[in-house]
Design a protein around this ligand. Structure first.
Ligand SMILES: *Cc1c(COP(=O)(O)O)cnc(C)c1O
Length: 851
């Protein structure tokens, strides 16, 4: 029988073990190996059975065992030692504490967080990245407050039917059994946020707090008695419904999120954020809530907008248009024509997100567009993705070259302590005396080839064992009472070259590219001397039948008796599986349609464990592939059509595996070590570990985005927001005058009839600046190599200076350009607005170019 309701009764720990409660409830245990080992030692079997979840384990452990431990001096001593260590970790100054003038706190918004298998609130890359961001922020001492939603069913659990069809189930989570506490008011009542909805109802939510090391993560939950049944289900599932359900989630995340931060900071005495970082468009409404607050303090909408933009950072995570949330304009209008945001008119909201640009749909409200317009600083998540995003959103800055679109990039990273296998930590500890695997010199002979090869072998064997266990478990679930087939025990081989492939299954990731030529794949798997084996996993979005068909195709192939021991699809890809999968594979395969993989992080996690990558040059790999750390599948971007492209790229992949990868893997010294292969492992660990770590990423966010945003926010809000008001007035004056601004005449001199390197070109540009002041704009010479069609390449620019002129005369700007390179040279003159509070000359999307 099925329970209609469930809750978790927490164990009462013996007094001597009271500290375990705190060790279990701060999620730092999830990346602190000694604490994990400590919990494991309580009951190793139960530790595995409860999915390495200390709270669940403590709830399940026999009271007699607890009493035994309470009188075990060693055990109690270790508990005290670990707890003291945790307290020190939470208090001591870390990297961030040496910075001067850095923001007092930073709000970080994401619709999903992948922190530990024990808190399943993620679907894929974005969630894991957000989790890693918080963990590294904690390690670096960056005072972030994370904000998200608490989904009662998280993302779905994946099963695979006998026919190979994905089946979703949504086990309901009980927050009392999770590492969460409810945010309470001084009177003990849960603190609440409420949003006014169009029909006069209110949507209320309570706030769960997960403690991620030093970082509080606030998760809003609508499943409370105050809400009608409909509204209780707003936070039922991650990416569950579409349309209005999704909009309600995003209103709650953004507007409710800012209100939750207000409650949290007030109740705990933590400083208010100076910077708000939103990830993808989902939380975009957060800036509107802050605007509404400032309007309450007496600012106009335009003034408040300037102030809020200064402290906002927007990160776009996908170049796939279908990955961006859009809502019908009238739906947005209905929600904002209410008391939802006091002082904010619906028309002002619509103006921010409506697709009123070239190629847009005027009827749609686009969350990424609003995100970009509400943030003074924006970035993509790899160099290539930055470039792609500048092209993708270029229509918002008409007239500017893509290179001038104000979207930079910060390449993603992964949290090394979470994603490095404990056996690698142990090796580093043994040979280098530290577990910081990103800081040791892996090229040194302090660690031998055999050391590395041996640990790689153990991690491969660990994956094989896990794959067998999972396959057997899945069998028993599908076929209760029927014994598993005998061949299961020989599934995969711990000595065979192992290729891993796991990710969500949207079309662009091409799960089934490896099946392009089934005979060729079969031959690779069954090669008599140099066999290959494949471990595959991935979830398809529940509404994506196309994705499910791809999974089915793979499952069908993998069931063929001839190959079934060399290729396996493991159901229910999640953090727990991922932690064994990446270290256990020799090759991590990634074959997206370039450039649709914004960054990709699974290959990074594999690299931290010494796996080599085999990937299309997309996302992070386009930036880091160096011929020694793996292999690049050449991208056939220019192929005639998708089918031809698949063909070319699949064949390259087969060729690389057959002719380069497998021969190198099986080329052994007398002692069985493949030394060329181990060179690649060493090189990967030595060069990629520091660069791919989330610590590097978070430091970049702090230095390049958070600190400048905080500075800008401080400047603009000084003197009761006087600079914000001035900037708003200035912008509206410049926007009104701009249509008349133009370059009327450009003349040059200084070079002979035959210009040579070393000459200087003298320029004078006459500019009609209408009613504006010369200080309102920057007149720049833009120059570079001129290609066919006169397009400039390798562009540089330099400002021209205002020349003296009599009143009433046209304004003339002049300057010189050094001719430092031989070859074709071209230049033009452009005019852009200039103001000390702009972060970029393209910010207003206004430009006038000489014709
Ligand atoms: C890292 C990770 C992802 C994201 O991997 P991509 O390479 O970015 O697709 C998805 N799911 C899990 C469980 C992960 O650990």
């Amino acid at each position: 029988m099925k329970a209609i309701r469930r809750f978790t009764v927490r164990t009462v720990l013996p007094q001597a073990l009271a500290g375990l409660e705190e060790l279990a409830s701060n999620l730092r245990w999830s990346w602190h190996e000694p604490t994990r080992q400590f919990f494991r030692a309580i009951d190793p079997v139960l530790w595995d059975e409860t999915g390495h979840d200390p709270i669940r384990m403590l709830g399940a452990v026999e009271p007699t065992r607890l009493h035994e431990l309470a009188v075990d001096e060693d055990f109690v001593g270790t508990a005290t030692f670990l707890l003291d260590g945790l307290h020190q970790y939470l208090r001591e100054p870390r990297w961030y504490q040496q910075l001067e003038g850095a923001p007092a706190s930073i709000a970080y918004f994401s619709p999903e967080y992948g922190i530990a298998a024990a808190l399943p609130q993620y679907s894929g890359g974005l969630g894991i990245l957000a989790g890693d961001h918080l963990k590294s922020a904690s390690d670096l001492g960056v005072p972030i407050i994370g904000v998200g939603l608490f989904y009662r069913a998280g993302y779905f659990r994946q099963g695979i039917s006998r026919e190979g069809w994905q089946q979703e189930s949504y086990p309901v989570l009980d927050p009392d059994g999770l590492p969460l506490r409810v945010l309470r008011q001084p009177d003990g009542q849960p603190a609440r946020v409420t949003l006014a909805l169009p029909d006069g109802q209110g949507l209320s939510a309570i706030v769960w707090v997960a403690q991620v090391g030093r970082i509080p993560l606030l998760l809003l939950d609508t499943d409370i008695a105050e809400n009608s049944d409909d509204l209780r289900s707003v936070t039922d599932r991650l990416y569950g419904g579409g349309g209005e359900h999704r909009l309600l989630q995003e209103l709650l995340l953004g507007i409710g999120g800012v209100r939750a931060i207000g409650l949290y900071t007030e109740l705990t005495g933590t400083p208010l954020p100076e910077v708000f970082h939103t990830n993808e468009g989902h939380a975009g409404f957060q800036a509107l809530e802050r605007i509404s607050d400032l309007i309450g303090e007496g600012l106009g909408f335009a003034d408040a907008l300037q102030a809020v933009r200064a402290g906002t950072v927007f990160t776009t995570h996908t170049p796939v248009p279908a990955g961006i949330d859009r809502f019908p304009v009238d739906m947005i209008d209905r929600y904002f024509s209410t008391d939802l945001l006091p002082g904010v008119a619906s028309a002002d909201v619509l103006a921010l997100g409506t697709e009123n640009f070239d190629g847009g749909d005027q009827g749609m409200f686009n969350m990424a567009v609003m995100g970009l317009r509400l943030a003074q600083r924006a970035n993509g998540v790899s160099k290539l993705h930055g470039e792609v995003s500048r092209g993708m959103f270029g229509a918002l800055w008409p007239g500017f070259d893509n290179a001038d679109v104000p979207i930079t990039s910060v390449t993603n990273g992964v949290h090394a302590p979470t994603w490095t296998d404990p056996q690698m930590l142990e090796l580093a500890q043994k040979r280098f005396g530290t577990v910081d695997t990103t800081a040791v010199d892996w090229s040194s002979q302090a660690v031998t080839d055999s050391d590395l090869w041996e640990v790689r072998g153990r991690m491969r064997a660990q994956l094989v064992a896990d794959a067998r266990r999972r396959t057997a478990e899945a069998w028993h679930e599908q076929n209760p009472g029927v014994g598993a087939p005998a061949w299961f025990s020989g599934l995969l081989d711990p000595s065979v070259l192992t290729i891993g492939f796991a990710r969500r299954v949207p079309t662009y990731k091409r799960l089934t590219l490896m099946l392009h030529d089934p005979e060729r794949l079969r031959a690779l798997l069954l090669h008599p001397e140099r066999p290959v084996q494949l471990v595959i996993a991935g979830k398809s979005h529940p509404a994506d039948d196309e994705g499910k068909r791809l999974i089915q195709k793979l499952v069908e192939f993998s069931q063929d008796p001839e190959v079934r021991q060399r290729i396996v699809f493991l159901p229910n890809y999640d953090i727990a599986m991922a932690k064994l999968l990446y270290p256990g594979t020799d090759i991590w395969l990634n074959n997206p349609l370039r450039p649709l993989e914004a960054c990709g992080t699974s290959g990074m996690k594999a690299a931290l464990n010494g796996s080599l990558n085999l990937s299309i040059l997309d996302g992070w790999w386009a930036e880091f592939y160096d011929e020694e750390n793996g292999w690049a599948i050449p991208s056939a971007d220019s192929a005639g059509d998708g089918a031809e492209r698949d063909e070319v790229e699949a064949n390259s992949m087969y060729d690389l595996i057959e002719h380069q990868i497998a021969p190198r893997f099986y080329d052994r010294r007398a002692d069985g070590v493949p030394s060329r292969w181990v060179d690649g492992i060493r090189h990967t660990l030595a060069t990629l570990s520091p660069a791919l770590s989330a610590d590097r990423m978070v430091r970049e966010y702090v230095e390049r985005l958070y600190v400048p945003a905080a500075d800008a926010a401080r400047v603009i809000s000084a003197n009761a927001y006087q600079p914000a008001r001035e900037l708003a007035a200035w912008k509206s004056r410049v926007i009104a005058a701009w249509p008349k601004v133009h370059v009327t005449h450009v003349e040059s001199g200084g070079v002979d009839t035959v210009p040579q390197v070393g000459d200087e070109l003298h320029l004078r540009a006459t500019v009609d600046i209408d009613g504006l002041d010369a200080s309102d704009l920057s007149v720049d010479v833009v120059y570079g190599r001129a290609r066919d069609g006169d397009m400039l390449e390798n562009v540089e620019q330099a400002p021209l200076e205002l020349m003296p002129s009599s009143p009433g005369q046209p304004k003339v700007f002049g300057g010189t350009v050094p001719l430092s390179r031989a070859g074709s040279f071209g230049y033009t003159v452009r005019v852009v607005p200039r103001h000390p509070l702009l972060a970029s000359p393209s910010e207003l999307g206004l430009i006038a170019v000489a014709e």
